[in-house]
Design a protein around this ligand. Structure first.
Ligand SMILES: *Cc1c(COP(=O)(O)O)cnc(C)c1O
Length: 498
């Protein structure tokens, strides 16, 4: 299978080249030229299979230039009991007859980013071997908090790779920051950027398009790649858990084999929900996708009006990993919806760049409406639903999961839908303990995030996730800070390039 650009501006490449490059050098994102399909019998048959077996099957369909052995090695290295605390890898918690919470945070850093970033370094290393690359690869990552740590853990001490994380100085929680700056490994680098996540992401994307700078870096023996969800190697592994969750529902007798379900995803960069959409295109029976935003509700507005408009204030919310206005993977989705119309995508994204908005036509809007609905949760609604779920089910969810659940509940209130629904739980509640404690207990007196962990545990009896326990006792190893103009200087300094 070959991969093509969403902007019709690059040659077809193999999977390993797409993963190695991260994004299309001329701008645009790689997508598979055709989406492989599974029969309903194959999908239902997954209910007799392990997560690892489902993973192998899905990956093989897309990574046709990888050998079976390579895929098996990567899957086993990623999805094992050392990295994920539960044998099923992604447990599904039933709240009631409709609501099923998919716990995607059992991995080493307590956020769903681990689902992809535990396997992606293996896929990238294999890709580097395949394309006979002479240079070392430098992974540049812009993070709204969770990708950073997950990428650091996945890539640390991988030979031939340096990894540099850029995070918004004021845009991540204390716990997220501690997680990143305490990371060990000789190839890990962490930089705080003065600005918000969009500033970070735009600056990093600019570098991927900066020929002169890339030339300079190459002379010193380095090429760039990405571990953000602009990289196909990040999206692909996320398709797996939608099939695994469906298989779980069938196995447990919660749904008839072949029945349609809904999927609700708390959304930022549109990566996770786009992976779900791919699963659907491959044959997964889905009625509706609920794309749930926080108060940075650019996406829910877009899905309602057909207008994508970033002319608005950027808000800092209690679900900071979704504080994003420019959702990278929407581009891939629009490319699919328009039947691979790269010229149209170019036009819309030129509008976005020049006028800060674009509007899609009625025909494409109708196609989207058939399966997608956009909802958003205010800050108050987010906290209220955490409290409600804890009271009703003695189950603790984080702020992002709360946005996904509230979005789903609003959808049901508006449209009345009774189908079983998977709600993605994208982070463990302890990762955002202060907001979760506030939701459960009202005002939080303490300002010390580590004391808050203990308070939340006292209050709820829920175990603290291993990823955040004892973080305050580990010494910080990274203290770089820069502004968006200095990112190139910082990279050169890290790589010791003149
Ligand atoms: C990254 C992240 C999201 C948003 O996921 P996208 O794939 O960017 O839409 C939601 N919740 C948490 C906890 C995250 O870390």
């Amino acid at each position: 299978m070959k991969y093509i650009s969403t902007r019709d501006n690059y040659k077809k490449v193999s999977a390993s080249e797409a993963i190695r490059l991260g994004m299309v050098p001329e701008g645009g994102l790689f997508v598979p030229e055709a989406i492989p399909e599974l029969s309903l019998a194959e999908i239902n048959n997954f209910s007799n299979k392990s997560y690892q077996e489902i993973a192998k099957k899905i990956l093989q369909l897309f990574l046709t230039d990888y050998s079976e052995q390579e895929i098996e090695t990567a899957v086993n290295a990623a999805y094992n009991q050392e990295n994920f605390s539960e044998t099923e890898i992604v447990p599904l918690k039933k709240l009631n007859e409709q609501e099923y919470i998919l716990e995607l945070w059992q991995g080493p850093t307590a956020a769903f980013k681990d689902m992809a970033l535990q396997i992606m370094p293996h896929l990238l290393s294999q890709a580097i071997d395949k394309v006979d690359l002479e240079e070392d690869v430098v992974i540049l990552v812009a993070t709204s908090g969770d990708t950073g740590k997950a990428a650091l853990e996945g890539f640390k001490d991988v030979p031939g790779i340096e990894i540099i994380i850029f995070y918004p100085d004021e845009g991540v929680s204390e716990i997220q920051k501690r997680q990143m700056v305490t990371t060990s490994g000789d190839n890990t680098h962490v930089v705080a950027v003065e600005g918000n996540f969009d500033d970070c992401q735009n600056s990093v994307k600019d570098i991927f398009g900066d020929k002169e700078f890339k030339e300079k870096i190459k002379e010193s023996g380095y090429v760039f790649s990405s571990a953000n969800s602009i990289n196909w190697g990040r999206l692909l592994p996320q398709i797996i858990y939608y099939f695994a969750a469906y298989a779980n529902l069938v196995r447990e007798g919660e749904i008839e084999a072949g029945a349609e379900i809904n999927i609700s995803v708390p959304t930022g960069n549109f990566g996770n929900i786009f992976a779900a959409y791919y699963a659907y295109r491959m044959g997964l029976p889905v009625d509706k996708f609920i794309c749930a935003s926080n108060e940075n509700n650019v996406l829910s507005d877009f899905l309602t009006t057909g207008i994508y408009d970033i002319n608005r204030d950027f808000k800092k919310t209690v679900s900071p990993s979704m504080d994003i206005l420019i959702s990278s993977n929407l581009e891939r989705f629009l490319f699919e919806i328009t039947g691979h119309d790269g010229e149209q995508i170019k036009e819309w994204y030129a509008d976005l760049k020049e006028k800060n908005h674009f509007e899609i036509d009625t025909q494409n809007k109708i196609a989207i409406d058939e399966i997608f609905v956009g909802e958003y949760a205010t800050e108050e609604e987010t906290l209220a639903v955490i409290k409600e779920v804890f009271k009703d089910y003695d189950y603790l969810i984080d702020t992002h999961t709360a946005v996904g659940l509230k979005g789903y509940r609003k959808f049901v209130a508006n449209e009345g839908n009774e189908k079983e629904t998977i709600i993605d739980s994208t982070a463990n509640p302890y990762k955002f303990a202060d907001a979760v404690l506030e939701a459960i207990d009202g005002v939080v007196e303490s300002e010390d995030e580590f004391e808050i962990l203990e308070l939340l545990k006292e209050k709820t009896g829920v175990e603290i996730h291993r990823a955040v326990k004892g973080l305050n006792q580990i010494e910080a190893r990274h203290d770089r800070v820069c502004n968006t103009e200095e990112i190139r200087v910082e990279i050169k300094d890290i790589l010791k390039v003149k």
